[in-house]
Design a binder for this molecule. Structure first.
Ligand code: FAD
Length: 441
């Protein structure tokens, strides 16, 4: 078993144990006797829901050790999906009670209900708002940075209120031992919030970077170069990313994730390829040499360094998905790596190919074959046209290497879905397909 697999098994086991631990708490020590099974079931589901909610804080706290074995995108994907299960558990608790005990529906009246019910009902309302603004954020055109602030406020409020509800009801947490255990879950959340909001920004603020260059690239991309100020900088694996804060202090929660595009062998100068897509990315071109910015990282599992023994690598990218692959190619060139490399690079047209000149130069230093795939090719174009399909991949990848080649996919979501299916249809093993999705939210 590889080191990463062992770590992943450890974290998954811990997750399951901590999620189910409340059921164990219920069974030990003093218990309310003679209550109906459905009532106990609803309480059990509620407790597991609370425990899983506290773990949601851990999942999004950007703790590198937790994310390392899986990759950030997988952890965020899990966070999104499991939040719906958690929400289901939160709802199951009152719904079961309301169905089985119609009198309990009176507790929904916030004016007449006792405080323990008010806390419980308000926590569920906060949770519903949280889920609605998260699932339909893009439809509501809710700006990402503002949404994140509200997401944090509502999650903290919901959890605090539901804990108060559980304490005031008092069943199963009557003994000091059980109260201490629940306090442990609550305290873990408070500590994580303090770490994320205070300790981490403070550390980041003490390790600033300065802008040294902002260069235009084709395709509305800006190559941003940074140098550490007064510290050694950041070591990363090629293909990883960092969260960038510019124009604000690290305490403001306005950072954005970007993949390193520079060589991991030259950590004294960090570069990013940033495509102008929205409010923040439109400000990159206005950055001035000497301007202070901040980085939190490195994160991510999209790296050849996690598959160092591969016989060959294939990179299948679209548009700005080239950014992490530039880092990988630059790093492999600096290391003098001569293994076969295949770069399938999808773009709208010839003019929008970012880093084109440097890619051609890298071909001199690496055993690299570049296959440009253009949606709107220029006249006389003899290369690939349209999208990266199974046929395109099959034409250029050596048939006898398809089982060994490690494939790295990064680009717009529809392209990534299509490429992943194409690779599987060519019998590329699933464990050899690595993806970086630029949309965590
Ligand atoms: C792991 C990862 C690596 C990335 N690497 C690159 C890269 O190398 N080059 C590049 O150009 N882009 C990269 N991106 C995408 C980049 O983070 C977004 O394009 C950028 O944050 C958009 O911000 P905006 O304000 O300009 O656009 P907006 O119009 O505000 O946002 C456009 C979309 O980008 C996403 N987004 C916005 N802000 C954030 C945020 N703070 N965190 C996460 N997602 C956000 C949201 O889905 C949003 O709907 C990466 C994203 C991820 C998750």
């Amino acid at each position: 078993m590889s080191k990463n697999t062992t770590k992943a098994v450890f974290w998954i086991t811990l997750y399951i144990v901590l999620s189910c631990a409340p059921l164990g708490f219920m069974l030990v020590g003093e218990r309310p006797m003679g209550r109906e099974f459905v009532r106990e079931l609803s309480v059990a589901l509620g407790f597991v829901g609370i425990a899983m909610t506290t773990l949601q804080f851990v999942l999004t706290a950007r703790i590198a050790a937790v994310k390392a074995p899986f990759g950030s995108d997988v952890v965020y994907y899990f966070h999104h999906r499991i939040s719906l299960v958690t929400f289901g558990l939160w709802l199951a608790h009152p719904i079961i009670l309301f169905i089985k005990f119609p009198w309990a529906r009176d507790l929904l009246n916030l004016i007449t209900a006792p405080w323990r019910a008010r806390a419980g009902v308000t926590s569920v309302i906060a949770m519903i708002i949280l889920i609605v603004i998260s699932v339909w954020r893009k439809r509501f055109k809710f700006e990402y940075v503002k949404w994140r602030v509200w997401h944090g406020i509502l999650a903290t409020l919901a959890l605090a209120l539901v804990m108060i509800h559980a304490y005031m009801v008092g069943k199963y947490i009557g003994t000091p031992f059980k109260q201490a255990l629940w306090l442990g879950y609550g305290a873990a959340c408070v500590l994580i919030v303090a770490y994320v909001r205070v300790v981490k920004p403070w550390v980041i603020a003490r390790h600033p970077y300065q802008v040294v260059q902002v260069d235009p690239q084709p395709g509305n991309v800006w190559a941003l170069a940074l140098e550490p100020v007064g510290h050694a900088g950041m070591r990363f694996q090629p293909g990883q990313f960092a969260w960038l804060t510019a124009w604000h202090s690290p305490f403001t929660d306005t950072e954005h994730p970007f993949s390193f595009s520079s060589s991991a062998e030259q950590p004294e100068r960090l570069e990013f390829g940033i495509k102008e897509l929205g409010d923040f990315t439109a400000t990159i071109k206005d950055m001035q040499p000497g301007q202070r910015v901040y980085l939190d990282g490195p994160f991510g599992a999209f790296s050849v360094d996690r598959r160092p023994d591969a016989e060959a690598y294939a990179f299948i990218v679209g548009g700005i998905g080239i950014s992490p692959v530039m880092s990988i190619l630059r790093t492999l060139a600096d290391r003098g790596d001569q293994r076969p490399l295949f770069l399938f690079y999808g773009n709208l047209d010839w003019e929008s190919i970012a880093f084109r000149d440097e890619l051609e130069a890298l071909c001199q230093r690496l055993n690299l074959k570049i296959i440009y795939v253009l949606e709107r090719p220029p006249e006389g174009w003899e290369g690939e046209v349209g999208f990266v399909t199974a046929q395109v991949l099959e034409r250029h990848l050596p048939a006898d290497k398809l089982q060994e080649v490690e494939c790295f996919v990064c680009g717009p979501p529809p392209m990534m879905d299509a490429v992943e299916s194409a690779l599987l249809s060519l019998d590329v093993p699933l464990q050899n397909i690595h993806a970086e999705r630029f949309d965590l939210a």
